[in-house]
Design a protein around this ligand. Structure first.
Ligand code: KG4
Ligand code: ZN
Length: 352
């Protein structure tokens, strides 16, 4: 198994079931680089009723869909199981029951076909996703990884080396969008809904705090790169309580919240570019879908002579293409035991 894996796989089937997307994708590596051959993403909408992901329902929905989703990814790529050189599956972090479905299915495929299997860390997957669509999204770069579960600023001098510059002290950025979305009566997930509302919002009506951001911070200070969402969330709670007409105020509140988040993310990312000297910033995770964030980051980076590399919404949110791509990088590790883990150390992560 291990020997075959180290002989540079050319076709990888990736599986992702860590949260509420059942996804399978095929990535191929050839002389002209790595190509995305197919990507199927089945989003579970059952959770919208509950305004958040219900783990047990997520596992069941994965169980029902995973086989058909994997078959469809192969079919879309015009390939059969025999053509796959490596299976890659998200082994963590995530909902353990959900992860188990993907991991068990991948193990079954690997066993039945005698093809190696490699476990992939979900966040490393997010970092690789952008490069699938944008070949310039290669290290060295600063990564701003903002999803529903994690928010990190990383110095990435090379694939596999992830120096943690800063992270959230409380909520992930996507989580804050989701909570504020719910506070504003916008349903789940909150991110896309807040972005839509904010477009019609008056940016001058609510000025919310920019948590953990002030001019007195210096490189070396603990909070120089770190993020925090809780104070901003509290400010929103107070503003919503003080509003007599939420329907009339919703767009302005959404705009005020989004502007505050964007200001913080742009400022901290610029600090990371300044500290590392990297000319590129790779944006990833579900919050990367936010067009206002992308535009603000791109403009601020352009002023510094740096470039923003952001994935399409399909690759920004959870998908198996990024897992297959990261699996290609981790191919030499095929053969080590793959186990679903709700918490999983980020491979290559170096803390300050
Ligand atoms: O990466 P992802 O699909 O799942 C995790 O690994 O967490 O990210 C999902 C998160 C959710 O919190 C969602 O609200 C947020 O990404 N999101 C957005 C937008 N689209 C999705 N946040 C802000 N603006 C958006 N347009
Ligand atoms: Zn994710």
């Amino acid at each position: 198994m291990t020997a075959a894996a180290t002989a540079a796989p050319r076709t990888v089937l990736g599986l992702e079931t860590s949260c509420d997307e059942t996804s399978a994708a095929v990535v191929t590596a050839g002389a002209d680089g790595v190509r995305l051959a197919s990507c199927v993403i089945l989003s579970q909408d059952v959770h919208q009723i509950y305004r958040g992901v219900v783990p047990e329902l997520a596992s069941r929905a994965h169980l029902v869909a995973v086989g058909a989703v994997a078959d469809r990814a192969l079919e879309d790529a015009g390939l059969g199981l025999d053509d796959v050189d490596l299976f890659a599956v998200t082994e963590g972090p995530g909902l353990v029951g959900a992860l188990l479905v993907g991991v068990s299915y991948a193990k079954g495929l690997a066993l039945a076909s005698g093809t190696p299997l490699v476990g992939v860390h979900h966040l490393e997957g997010h970092l690789f996703g952008t490069a699938l669509e944008d070949p310039a999204a290669e290290p060295p770069f600063v990564a701003l990884l903002v999803s529903g579960g994690h928010s990190m600023l990383l110095d990435v001098p090379a694939w596999g080396i992830y120096r943690l510059l800063g992270e959230t002290r409380d909520d992930a950025v996507g989580e804050a969008f989701d909570k504020v979305g719910s506070l504003l009566g916008l349903g789940y997930p909150g991110g896309p809904a807040i972005e839509r509302e904010a477009r019609a919002g008056d940016p001058t009506r609510h000025r919310f705090p920019r948590p953990m951001l002030h001019g007195g911070q210096r490189l070396g200070d603990k909070d120089y790169f770190d993020l925090s969402m809780s104070g901003l969330k509290t400010a929103l709670i107070h503003a919503v309580r003080a509003t007599a007409d939420l329907d009339g105020e919703r767009a302005h509140l959404a705009r005020g919240f989004q502007d505050a988040v964007i200001d913080v993310l742009v400022a901290k990312t610029l600090r990371a570019v300044g500290a590392t000297g990297h000319p590129r910033v790779v944006l990833s995770g579900g919050v990367a879908c936010n067009q206002a964030l992308r535009a603000a980051l791109a403009a601020a980076l352009a002023e510094r002579g740096a470039t923003l590399h952001a994935p399409s919404p399909r690759i920004a949110t959870d998908n198996a293409a990024m897992i297959a791509r990261a699996g290609l990088f981790r191919a030499a590790e095929a053969g080590r035991p793959v186990e679903a883990a709700a918490r999983l150390p980020f491979p290559g992560l170096e803390r300050r």
